[in-house]
Design a protein around this ligand. Sequence first.
Ligand SMILES: [Mn+2]
Length: 354
Amino acid sequence: MLSNVEYTRLMEILLRQDDYIILLHQNADPDAVGSGIALKELLKSQGKKVIIGTETLNNLSKNLLSNLGDFIVTAPTDNKNLIILDTSTPVQLGIFERMLDNAEVLISIDHHETFETSKFKGKKYTYCLNKERTSTAEIIFDIMLKMKDEGLLNKENLDCDKLIRGILTGIVTDTGHMRFSDVNTLKTLIHIFKKGYHISDVDDLLKVEDDISKKIAILKAHQRMKIYSISDFIVATSNVSSCEALSAKAILSTGADVAFVGADNGSEVRISGRAKKAVLDRGINLAKIMSQVASIIDGEGGGHKGAAGANGKRNMEEGLKKCVEYFVQELGGTTNGECVEYTEETEIQDCWGK
Ligand SMILES: [Mn+2]
């Protein structure tokens, strides 16, 4: 754990320069991006010029960045004052690694255990490793608390909401939604919760609204669904004009055990299959079914046991029927070329135990 004295020293060093670039590891995760945004806000409130640089962002971080309304640079700049966050070795900086050569001030703030710290050393080098914290975001929060204690926090210039959302997202994602949290994580969260924030705020920041066409495709897939009761499983087939994989996945979460969804745009036919684990445990391999169906739709098929697809040119309806037939055969049954669709009547009979 960093001592009070160390935090004071770190804060003083951070406040010495007027401009910084905050560098994050490649494929930056929400802890890196959330910490970067929070530290940028803190330094900006002190009149500093700050940008954030990283080679790439992971998908969650892209959502976080756009939902918080911030931006990053993706190529090296001529900044000489570097703050490196959440990164344990220089090579993780990717194309930004070369900025270390001309760095005049180098401050590294991290929570990962590493044995290669010497490689980061520059002219004015400060290394702040707090491997007892479960996220870099918590360290940034502690710096903010320190500044507040010292009367340095200028709340009028500080976008507190953005800062806290960045920190909270970093904490929640790096602790695997609190599974790896500890007493110190919770102490930080108490501060944040007292300000009226909640863990569900993070979910909002990490998700992207599906566009209208995706929503409609999924709903239509449900509307056009044919349902079959086969052995212990509910199998559903449907068709859409696009987003067949997404629709198949959605149908599984609605309740089907297996879903086959076709898409036909006139010149191309695609079929996507998804199955739940209980189905795979019975030895079903959708990749095999899709490679068989491929010949019906005049194309190719494959994938994984639980998620597979086939692309072809024609016969989508026939392809979907064959998916169900092959599924029955894989379970060891026979359809005599005909699968009975699950109708309201059969449903009622089942309910009344007839
Ligand atoms: Mn981290």
